[in-house]
Design a protein. Structure first.
Length: 320
């Protein structure tokens, strides 16, 4: 079959039409590649180039099931064509998960395969940038690339969330991030920001993390850590390793303080990243773990008592 008979050729000059043709040709090329691959053993040779490109080629060559997978092609095509314009992230995640079917036993394999294919789309559109002389087309192509990157980020989020949910640990060891003065940030936030009537919700979230049950789990890719939520309460945390969790902070989500909420999370991200190596170096120290177990017990006792007040900043519990 001639190339012209198999692949579409743009018949209009507008960019929207060209993009639709490209996406259709990507789908046809994938199906053609699958037919060819099924008739021969894929080469294990990895050509010279950047380590990232080599990594992608190795993944494709070492996982034949991805390249000859009709289910992957179908799911990828649906996500590639998904219009996420003006949608917030939660809605996008809901739509992508509906396509993926989160109970699919091949969920992680599908996500990784789709991410590879979306990366291939970015390469194609990047080549278009070098060939266009129209400023308008250039801007539209850049917007499309950003949309694809957004989809890839969300797929990465889903992967990390799945890893946390599928932890082999029965319970987690919890560690607690401290302020510059050595105070436990979670305790400071309880004292300053959390009304007593919300203590039960906060306890439910904290005990859930301890028992590897993550209510409303979400990975916040812009600030590199996780969040669980219940009603108005939020707890943010980072995964140090399987079975070891660093509790970062707690918040109440209020519409009138959403900007403050966002800025605080960013600030906490900086503090967490600066302290991460310290916790990684000490998390296997029995004395260090014992200290944090005592802090956890103290916090649970406070949330049970519903009578927690601290006289001032200097009186806040500290980690020695």
């Amino acid at each position: 079959m001639l190339y012209e008979d198999y692949f579409l050729v743009p018949t209009e000059e507008n960019l929207e039409h060209k993009i639709e043709v490209i996406k259709e040709n990507i789908s046809r090329a994938s199906k053609l590649k699958n037919k060819i691959t099924s008739m021969r053993t894929p080469s294990s040779v990895v050509h010279s180039g950047s380590s990232f490109h080599n990594s992608i080629k190795e993944t494709i060559n070492s996982n034949t099931s991805i390249s000859v997978d009709a289910e992957l092609d179908k799911v990828y095509h649906a996500i590639s064509m998904l219009d996420i314009t003006n949608l917030n992230e939660d809605v996008i995640i809901e739509k992508i998960n509906k396509i993926l079917s989160s109970d699919n036993i091949r969920y992680m394999q599908l996500i990784n395969g789709i991410r590879l294919k979306l990366y291939g789309e970015i390469i194609l559109y990047s080549k278009m940038i070098s060939k266009t002389s129209s400023k308008e087309e250039l801007e539209e192509i850049k917007e499309i690339i950003e949309i694809i990157k957004n989809k890839m980020c969300i797929l990465e989020e889903l992967t990390l969330e799945k890893e946390v949910q599928e932890s082999t640990a029965l319970t987690n060891e919890l560690y607690f991030l401290t302020s510059d003065s050595g105070n436990i940030i979670l305790l400071e936030s309880i004292r300053k920001n959390i009304p007593i009537e919300y203590y039960p919700d906060l306890k439910k979230l904290l005990v859930g993390i301890k028992n590897c049950k993550y209510r409303g789990l979400k990975y916040l890719h812009k600030i590199s850590y996780f969040e669980v939520k219940d009603s108005k309460m939020r707890i943010t945390f980072a995964r140090l390793s399987d079975g070891k969790i660093l509790i970062i902070d707690t918040f109440m989500k209020k519409e009138d303080t959403s900007e403050l909420y966002r800025k605080t999370k960013v600030n906490r991200s900086v503090k967490y990243l600066n302290a991460k190596n310290y916790y990684l170096a000490n998390m296997n120290n029995p004395d260090f773990t014992s200290q944090h177990n005592a802090i956890y017990d103290e916090i649970i006792a406070i949330l049970d008592s519903k009578d927690y007040t601290l006289g001032g900043e200097d009186d806040a519990p500290t980690l020695k």
